[in-house]
Design a protein around this ligand. Structure first.
Ligand SMILES: C=CC1=C(C)c2cc3[nH]c(cc4nc(cc5[nH]c(cc1n2)c(C)c5CCC(=O)O)C(CCC(=O)O)=C4C)c(C)c3C=C
Ligand code: FE2
Ligand code: FE2
Length: 335
């Protein structure tokens, strides 16, 4: 059937890019933190203990004690625009607004709390996006982060009669653009210090040792990132794992133990980087920059620095543009 000559052209299908990070409480207060932790720690991708055994511990012990302690940690890093993790992820999405042309909508969501993945996905669909790239911003794949973000996105699709086409961003732990962004950002960070570190620690978020034994590639991804970054910097990095949670054995060595032991072994001036976090958050700003510093100085260290994550730095944004454009190839008209 022919359309009349004056019929408006069919608009090009739009494309959506949804940046996803972990999530954060709505306020640095015990009530909001409790709500957030209840959702986060009930995720079976995060705590792999059968709910019948785990839920009584979670409800009976953890959610009655931890929210107060964690709210204090959040309060120390909370900014004018809220939780750093949310503020930085929002700014990353804002910085990419025009990166891929007028037909590509860039938005952001959080796996736990708000803005919820399902809500942002439905909004993209309503805005006409027929193709959507989910981008969990975890360089190293972990089922507790990457997979659960994708699970939430696919759960939202399960309710849609007319689904958009979907791609997911692969882990980018060894992507040359990521390693180069880390190198540039670490070199700039080191050059800005008023001391010369004798030791550089690369601290990644930990996970239970059992998760590695069950086949999760996270630990290998972290080690490879550290090796490639060490080669790019031309200097040694001490790898450590932070944020231990619960009683099980976690990946070792633990960052706090490494920081406490360094001064006794002659490492008095340390710089810590956290390359597994794409945005600064309570785990970098409170656990490392505040508590890590205290641990290190009390053990006899003389100088301590926690270098910023890639955040919205020029090398960080350039990296995001490159890895996202690579996944959009074939969807973008000129790619
Ligand atoms: C970057 C990768 C991350 C992995 C892997 C990860 C695994 C993991 N985390 C917990 C428990 C907690 N994590 C918490 C905060 C938190 N975790 C990550 C990232 C990873 N977690 C980020 C970016 C953040 C910061 C969130 C923010 O709001 O700034 C917390 C909450 C804070 C606290 O109460 O201390 C917990 C709890 C487990 C069990 C786990 C298992 C593999
Ligand atoms: Fe975590
Ligand atoms: Fe922590």
């Amino acid at each position: 059937m022919n359309r009349p000559a004056d019929h408006p052209p069919i608009p090009a299908p739009r494309i959506g890019v949804l940046l996803i990070n972990l999530g954060t409480p709505d306020a640095p207060e015990p009530k909001a933190v409790k709500r957030y932790l209840a959702e986060f720690l009930s995720d079976r991708r995060v705590v792999e203990i059968p709910p019948i055994a785990w839920q009584p511990i979670l409800r009976g012990i953890i959610l009655t004690t931890r929210p107060k302690k964690s709210a204090h940690a959040y309060a120390q890093v909370w900014g004018e625009d809220g939780s750093p993790l949310a503020a930085i992820t929002r700014a990353q999405a804002g910085g990419l607004k025009d990166a891929f042309g007028p037909d590509v909508l860039v938005d952001w969501a959080m796996r736990y709390g708000s803005p919820a993945i399902g809500d942002r996905l439905r909004a993209m669909k309503e805005a006409g996006c027929e193709r959507i790239l989910f981008a969990p911003l975890y360089p190293q794949y972990c089922a507790a982060t990457t997979a659960t973000a994708n699970d939430a996105a696919f759960a939202a699709l399960a309710d849609m009669r007319w689904q958009p086409a979907i791609r997911t961003l692969p882990p980018y732990y060894d992507h040359p653009a990521y390693i180069e962004a880390l190198r540039a950002s670490v070199e700039a960070g080191l050059a800005a210090l008023d001391f010369t570190p004798d030791t550089i620690v690369a601290s990644f978020h930990g996970m239970p040792q059992r998760t590695l034994e069950l086949g999760d590639p996270y630990h290998c991804h972290c080690r490879k990132t550290a090796r490639l970054l060490s080669e790019a910097l031309g200097r040694e990095l001490v790898v450590a794992f932070q944020s231990r949670f619960g009683r099980a054995k976690w990946l070792e060595p633990a960052t706090d133990k490494v920081l406490a032991a360094l001064p006794g072994k002659g490492g008095k001036r340390v710089a810590v980087l956290t390359p597994g976090f794409s945005a600064d958050c309570v785990e970098t700003l409170e656990e490392i920059a505040l508590r890590g510093r205290e641990t290190f100085m009390e053990a006899g260290g003389t100088d301590f620095a926690c270098l910023p994550c890639l955040n919205t730095s020029a090398p960080g944004m350039e990296m995001l543009r490159k890895i996202l454009a690579q996944e959009l190839a074939g969807w973008l008209p000129d790619a």
